[in-house]
Design a protein. Structure first.
Length: 144
């Protein structure tokens, strides 16, 4: 009788511990979905519990047809984005505009701290021919 009670108590303890461990694992991943605006050379630090995701941008290029110009094609805007999480660094180049002509993706799948996202280059500002401001890219992360 004592042995059966000890076994049942041990099993209950182990199951309780497993439930708490599983709950902690699910609670660690924060959804980073959102819209982020970044300039070339800038680093965005997005805190995620104990881990920080850093987004860097570089190599902005914009050949889109300027406002009030007659162009043969719409052109493209491209940028490189580096994502660094707790375990790895990923560099992704994305495109906006007539991307099929230059064979560059408009969206890309990415994993940050074990969570899968789709990354999309949504906009580059300012649009060519409007102002001389520094270029900024707007990217969108969507949890899959």
């Amino acid at each position: 009788m004592k042995q059966t009670k000890l076994i049942l108590t041990s099993i209950a303890f182990i199951l309780t511990a497993l439930v708490f461990v599983q709950a902690c694992k699910k609670g660690n991943a924060i959804d980073l979905s959102g819209t982020y605006t970044i300039s070339a050379g800038e680093n965005l630090h997005i805190p995620e519990n104990r881990n920080t995701v850093t987004i860097s941008a570089s190599n902005f290029a914009d050949s889109r047809c300027p406002i009030n110009a007659d162009c043969v094609w719409a052109g493209v805007a491209t940028g490189s984005f580096t994502f660094k999480d707790s375990s790895k660094e990923q560099e992704i180049e994305l495109c906006l505009g007539a991307c099929e002509v230059v064979s560059k993706p408009k969206t890309q799948d990415i994993t940050l701290n074990g969570v899968a996202y789709t990354l999309e280059l949504k906009d580059f500002t300012p649009y060519p021919g409007t102002t001389k401001e520094n270029m900024k890219a707007t990217i969108v992360l969507t949890k899959k």
